[in-house]
Design a protein around this ligand. Sequence first.
Ligand SMILES: Nc1ncnc2c1ncn2[C@@H]1O[C@H](COP(=O)(O)OP(=O)(O)OP(=O)(O)O)[C@@H](O)[C@H]1O
Ligand SMILES: [Mg+2]
Length: 756
Amino acid sequence: MPANDLSPSGTSFNRRFGLFFDFIYRSLARHPKRNVAILSAVYLGVVLLFGWQFTVTVKDVVTDEFNQQQLVLAQTAAEQISHQFWMFKKELTLLSLSPEIQGADNAARARRMQIAYESLATEGASAIAFLDATGETAYIIDALGLRNERGIPSGAALLPWARDKNNRGTFYISEVSPPAGDSDVKHMLLNIAMPVWKGVGKYPDPATATFSGLLLIVVDVSSVIQQFTDGIKSGKTGYAWVIDSNGTFLHHLERSLIGKNAFEARKEKKSTISFARINEIQKKMMLAGKEGTSWYESGWHRGVEGKIRKLIAYSPIVLDDAPEKRIWSVAVVAPVSEVEEAIHNIQIRQFLFQFFIVGIILLGALSLTAVMAKWSSALKHEVAVRTIELKKSEQKYRSLIENAEDIIFTIDREGKLLSMNNYGCTFLGRSADNSIGRNIAEIFSWPTAEMLLTTIKEVFSIKQGRQVTHLVSVNDRDFWLNTNFRRLLDEEGNIYAVLGISRDITHRKQMEQQSYYTEKLASMGTLAAGVAHEINNPLAIILGFTDMLIEKTEPGTEMHSVLNTIYSQGNKAKKVVDSLLSFARTKEHSEVNVDINRNIEEVLSVLANSLLVSKISIQTMNLFHELPPVKGDPDELQQVFLNIINNAAYAMKGGGALSVTTQSIDDGRRVEIRISDTGPGIKKEHRKRIFDPLFTTKKVGDGTGLGLSVSYGIITRHRGMLSFETKTKEESDTPGTTFIITLPAAIAHPVQKSNT
Ligand SMILES: Nc1ncnc2c1ncn2[C@@H]1O[C@H](COP(=O)(O)OP(=O)(O)OP(=O)(O)O)[C@@H](O)[C@H]1O
Ligand SMILES: [Mg+2]
């Protein structure tokens, strides 16, 4: 399998591992002290649990090991005891074959028995006896010496068995019994008997051999067993005991128990304790000839009384020649405390080791916590510092955006406004709540909104910024905006919104238009001045001569009326020429401080009557009280106002409202005059031409088309600007035209907040 095939599972493992540590870290970081305490407690618990389990296992193992050692002791003892009986049988065989025993020489037999007894007594034989064939005479040798007695009862009972030829060479092993008449039972005796036949040669022919008697060794079973079990010491206090096939104690540390039935003796000694377990072991295992290990409850141990748990190992002794293969059993027992003592040291060592390891780990955990706490506080500090920095920087950018004199906004793919700065809200005359979340189609009128939506969609799809210059109408006023659309990208580089920055370039546009007109008019002015100059002299001559001829002709005559017509038409032409000359700056131009408000009011008072007749109301309540004066020619400025108001009046032929507003702008550096009418507005196709000299839409004879061009010339000469805003009834529900004149103030004047 290629290595990279493993990577996904490895990655997920690492991720899970990472998540686990992340979880640990987070919970630690949240309540470090509490969590470290909990973790330590859990850890301690786990360690103690493992420790306890380890101890239990060790105890089991050591107990088992101890019992195995007990078993070896029991097996060895059982083997040695069996061997000892084998040895007795061998001696008995040898003795029965000896001629001294077989023969009739009583003295020789006695000597031979004496010799055998001397060696067998040390091995646990308490007596050797010979009963003659008649059963009448018995030779006994024991600790008291050699005796000649009249028979022995047990021997007499065996004579028929011994006489039976079939039993030659076999042994008889009696039941174990206490010595007759001995009340202080400490020894249990057993007889091993063998028939003695007399024959010729080492192996006498059974046919010719004669029965000479019965040879018998009385074995002190207790002493034999004692030889091999007294040395047994299991642990510090463990010992061995032996029972025969009836459950009678053949040997016990407590000598008084010897000869008593184990099942009964225990109960007798300690009736409060249930010996069910040891009874079960004795019955089912020991007396069944099995070997093994186990435990049981005892009521005492080496003089100490009480409920004591003991470990037991047992091994059988089989007496082959006894009827039905008699089985005895050796048990080696020791209290469990022996083992417990042994493992006590292990436990102490283990505890110290655990203590050491746990200590090291807890110390590690504590230092880790300390380091983490320090780190976390450093981190907190760092985060706090960064947050403040971030806030500051955010505030800086926010204030930059909020205080910018540009409309700054963000917009989504559908054209929904996501945000907008203060300037934008003020400019659009809408609150943020009324703008954010709305579609730009709800904010701007149709052609503008459509153009903006198309541009935004383009920015989203072509993945490039865009810049557009467009008109927007806010409260029926047109503004030129230059809008820059830029993409906003998320972390993955996907565009999620568009940032728009719109700058109001209306003033610049007006300036551009102004200079366009200025240049256009300058060339026209030169032409007009030339023409006017050329016409002026012949016209003066024509008028002079006409005046002279009128005086020379009789009034009422046809000639007189013709001359009058020539004179009045000539005058009209002169006026045009004068206008052209004034447009072409050839006229004298005075400069005084002009109070614009008064200047306008004078014009209005002259026109008041004719306006009244035309059903035109005049609204002048917005004349700014403390308007700074303007440096210029009052007559020329009046002529401008007159021209514009006349045009307005002409536009509102059936009636309307004329409103004149003055205000101080640009921190009092300039004065703005707005003259508005409620007329039909200027048609789109005428808007570019209204300042052209001689452009008029009036009937022939009604207008010369010089009014606005002359006014333009005058305002330009005053370093001012003349512009207009107009809406036809197709464009607005409230059509009309506003002419805007701005002039530099003679003295800078502080701005007042309210108009009157
Ligand atoms: N307030 C207005 N409303 C509608 N149209 C206007 C208005 N003011 C000017 N105009 C248009 O501009 C044209 C040019 O005006 P201008 O004052 O230069 O000449 P005129 O008024 O036609 O002639 P004159 O001023 O010599 O009487 C007008 O014919 C008219 O079409
Ligand atoms: Mg006019």
